[in-house]
Ligand binder design. Structure first.
Ligand code: KG4
Ligand code: ZN
Length: 340
């Protein structure tokens, strides 16, 4: 990728994970994440608690990333950090820290869009993982995002579809909450779905124009369905949990694949890259594989640790921007609603 010796520190703090990673010429030397367990008790991320935990974690996490990479901070060429989108209190911690460190070391500062990070994570040099060729379609699916992006080059990206309400991960997590599962419920629904019948119960898919998504109606439909059924049989959920999970997952995957099909047809692009925590879902992975046979797609899923929120994806954007001399100055500010 590069002939120079470039060391980049990436810092990510947009939601509830404090993360730091060191990259050397496009390869990851360390990728450290402090997850915030505190939110599990609340069934979702509590912004106030998230910023406090970032404050506690940021210095130890960066220390550990440098130590694991086997370099000192003086060897760094630039600091890349998440400018947005995300929770303002969380973003402020990473942004302020990155600015101070870059200032102290007198090295360039690089601001990174978190959503571009999820997409450009596909360009981290990693054995066994192919990089998608341009143009490709990127679908980012997580607890905070649901987007389809047309990518024509590293920095020419166009959002062609996104959720108008909940993110797909929220659809999993909120459905799980209705069923009495822990948070986050996505992995548990995935596990149970493998043991259930996806056709057991039918949930109507939302009708949303174009390539946009909507998941809040599905959540309400599931709530009413469960309330109705438990009125007739108070053990309905316990007796049918695997089938309910399989049916919910089947519906959600159907929604995602329908929009991908439409996007691929409209753009004529058959290279499809996914990212975000929900890309761990075994059903969506299978559906993408099926899409290779049925629609001639080539699909790309990054290494798992680069799909959920992480700083390696921030470091790769930093690396690519460094090569273009695209730096931020010390007046840069976090932006909660930053667009691609
Ligand atoms: O990317 P991520 O770690 O954090 C952000 O939200 O940014 O994604 C977390 C989301 C949660 O909603 C979780 O329920 C979902 O990803 N998730 C899954 C699976 N693993 C994680 N959803 C469905 N199936 C899975 N196997
Ligand atoms: Zn994310």
């Amino acid at each position: 990728m590069a002939t120079q010796n470039i060391y980049i520190l990436g810092i990510e703090s947009s939601c509830d994970d404090t993360a730091a990673a060191v990259m050397h010429n496009g390869r990851i030397l360390s990728n450290v994440i402090a997850n915030q367990k505190i939110h599990e008790e609340y069934g979702g991320v509590v912004p106030e608690l998230a910023s406090r935990a970032h404050q506690q974690n940021i210095v130890p996490v960066v220390h550990q990333a440098l130590k694991k990479a086997g370099i000192t901070k003086e060897q760094l060429h630039a600091i890349a950090f998440t400018k947005g989108p995300g929770l303002m209190g969380s973003l402020l911690v990473g942004t302020s820290f990155a600015k101070s460190l870059a200032y102290g070391l007198n090295i360039p500062l690089i601001d990174v869009n978190h959503m571009q990070g999820h997409i450009l994570a596909h360009f981290i040099d990693e054995e066994g993982f192919d990089k998608p060729p341009f143009p490709f379609l990127a679908m980012t699916i997580s607890g905070g995002h649901t987007q389809i992006v047309r990518c024509d080059s590293y920095f020419e990206m166009t959002v062609i579809g996104e959720t108008i309400d909940d993110a797909v991960g929220e659809a999993f997590d909120k459905s799980g909450k209705i069923l009495g599962l822990g948070y986050p419920a996505g992995p548990e629904i995935d596990k149970r779905a493998k043991l259930g019948n996806p056709q057991a119960f039918k949930f109507t898919k939302p009708k949303v124009d174009g390539l946009n998504f909507s998941f809040s109606g599905l959540k309400t439909a599931i709530l009413y369905f469960i309330q109705n059924e438990t009125k007739k049989n108070s053990n309905f959920v316990e007796e049918n949990l695997n089938d309910i999970c399989a049916s919910i997952q089947y519906t959600i995957i159907g929604i995602l694949i329908d929009k991908l099909k439409k996007a691929s047809k409209e753009t004529g692009i058959k290279h499809i890259a996914i990212g975000g925590g929900v890309s761990a879902n075994s059903g969506i992975r299978q559906a993408l594989k099926d899409g290779e046979k049925k629609f001639g797609w080539t699909t790309y899923v990054p290494k798992f640790e680069f799909t959920t929120d992480n700083a390696a994806m921030i470091a790769i954007v930093g690396h690519l921007k460094y090569l273009e001399n695209e730096f931020a100055d010390q007046s840069v500010a976090a932006s909660a609603r930053l667009k691609i």
